[in-house]
Design a protein around this ligand. Structure first.
Ligand code: HEC
Length: 127
């Protein structure tokens, strides 16, 4: 019995290390609405912020880079905006994604609006 418990524990911790920040966001954040959803000028402002804050790691078109995974993916496109908000707030510090809690909230929503206005590239929809 003890062995089974230990095996479960090991499996769970292996799994926990493998989940990206999108899966780690507490469920209640999924209900947080993006006040700028679909707003074109917010999306344009977000594109500029993205170029300044995110492109160095995630690529100028969200195609991903050496330091970070692509963002032009269905998981990001379809994620609840509040989940992305949580990721920007908290980052994934021990895996190289910084926190952007220093950006004012409206700027974070602009970036999220921009990210979710981009259709995921066909080649990048799978994991
Ligand atoms: C210093 C490099 C770096 C910068 C700058 C950066 N990120 Fe990241 N980001 C990462 C890394 C590395 C990961 C993967 C973390 C992990 O798997 O735990 C990540 C993960 C993410 C994820 C989760 C993706 C997924 O599939 O789980 C999102 C969303 C994200 N970043 C958005 C952004 C946005 C928006 C910005 C700009 C405001 C940004 N990142 C800036 C390195 C960076």
């Amino acid at each position: 019995m003890k062995l089974i418990g230990l095996t479960c524990l090991l499996l769970i911790s292996a799994w926990a290390q493998n989940v990206g920040p999108l899966e780690q966001a507490p469920a209640k954040f999924a209900n947080k609405k993006n006040p700028m959803q679909g707003n074109e000028s917010a999306s344009r402002a977000g594109a500029k912020l993205y170029a300044r804050e995110c492109a160095a790691c995630h690529g100028s078109e969200g195609e991903g880079g050496e330091k970070a995974p692509p963002l032009k993916r269905a998981e990001v496109f379809q994620a609840p905006p509040g989940t992305l908000f949580w990721v920007l707030e908290n980052g994934s510090l021990n895996r190289g994604m910084p926190s952007f809690a220093h950006l004012p909230e409206p700027q974070r929503w602009q970036i999220i609006t921009y990210l979710q206005s981009q259709k995921p590239a066909d080649h990048a929809t799978g994991k």
